[in-house]
Design a binder for this molecule. Structure first.
Ligand code: AQP
Length: 335
């Protein structure tokens, strides 16, 4: 085990479209905050290998991948200080992924809600990669000996399987992997669809009104929030049957820093019209600086290339140490 180093963080996002407000609040915003804290060594990755578990158009995937890198930088990540890289540029992810595949049971994989949800959504393409996704995700994390993984609530189950795999492998051989802890934000860990509060907001939702993309212009954001479903009570509060309103309150809370109690007081006696207007304005203000930075960064493709090349090189260095150790322990002859 590597000693005397800063605690490590690893997290990733798939280049399956422009990130939503859910991705931003549940993950990206915390990536930035944690990097700024300077207590951790952070590895952030664009999970392109994972993205092809669902059919992708190659041209669109290439564009989405570069756009996403620019967006991560625009959101405040410092790619010069710490690595931001494409998963496919670090072959060790697949190398460890295969070993972990052989330590993961069919039974545990078939319990994964993401597999069930995505196979229902893509019934025409229930592929083996979609099924073994959690083993590759475990490899992503364990390769870097990450202590902490900032994710939204939807990834909690995958984190649990990662922990189980780390312990299983450590138990079968000797201490090899750090057993990682999830870092799930207190507010905003599960931003729901604006059209169906029982489902999470997703960037690949076919209904554009269901999500806010971090690059939506102010007009679009206001329209989407105004169209968001609510209920017939016209009272801004939490409670049974108030999931849609509570979701908007959560979004407002993250964008303004106000607590849920403060929000209930602020809108006491006012209808949803006033409330939605305020939520929309707060979201526009929260996303404005990211959008401005993004437009600047996109003008400099050389800079983007430098970031992902350097990032992959630094990631490969760390990842290779883990893979070599694992290959030795399972009994492969050293090349
Ligand atoms: N609705 C959400 N609320 C809070 N956090 C969320 N995350 C995703 N949706 C929400 C977090 O964002 C990070 C990156 O997610 P991902 O792109 O790797 O995949 P995902 O979880 O499958 O996200 P999407 O938007 O639903 O993508 P698609 O539509 O492609 O499947 C993760 O930390 C996730 O927890």
């Amino acid at each position: 085990m590597e000693n005397e180093r800063k605690k490590r963080i690893l997290s990733g996002i798939q280049p399956t479209g422009t990130p939503t407000l859910g991705n931003y609040v549940g993950a990206l915003k915390n990536w930035v905050d944690l990097q700024k804290e300077d207590k951790y060594e952070c590895f952030y990755m664009i999970a392109d290998l994972h993205s092809i578990t669902v059919k992708q158009d190659p041209k669109v995937l290439r564009k989405n991948s570069l756009d996403l890198l620019a967006l991560l930088l625009a959101a405040g990540l410092d790619g010069e200080k710490e690595p931001i890289f494409f998963q496919s540029h670090v072959p060790q992810h697949s190398q460890l992924g295969w070993v972990l595949d052989c330590y993961t049971y069919m039974g545990e994989l078939s319990r994964m809600t993401q597999f069930k949800d995505k196979s229902a959504k893509h019934a025409e393409n229930i592929n083996a990669g979609l099924f073994t996704y959690p083993a590759l995700m475990a490899a992503d994390i364990l390769l870097y000996q990450a202590d902490m993984v900032p994710v939204g609530k939807d990834q909690k189950q995958h984190l649990e399987i990662t922990r189980d795999l780390a312990k299983r492998f450590n138990g079968a051989y000797s201490d090899t992997f750090v057993v990682p802890e999830p870092y799930i934000p207190k507010v905003g860990a599960n931003i729901m669809s604006l059209q169906d509060p029982m489902h999470k907001m997703s960037k690949s939702d076919t209904n554009e009104n269901a999500y806010i993309s971090v690059l939506d212009d102010p007009d679009r954001i206001m329209k989407k929030i105004k169209r968001a479903v609510t209920d017939s009570e016209a009272c801004v509060r939490r409670g049974e049957g108030k999931e849609a309103v509570e979701n908007l309150m959560t979004i407002y809370s993250v964008a303004t820093g106000k607590t849920m109690e403060e929000i209930e007081k602020e809108f006491d006696g006012q209808g949803y019209g006033v409330f939605k207007e305020k939520v929309g304005e707060a979201v526009v203000e929260m996303l404005r600086p990211i959008q401005e930075n993004y437009n600047e960064i996109m003008k400099n493709k050389d800079y983007l290339e430098k970031i992902y090349r350097d990032g992959a090189e630094r990631a490969r260095y760390v990842a290779n140490k883990t893979v070599s150790k694992v290959y030795r322990k399972v009994g492969f002859i050293q090349p």
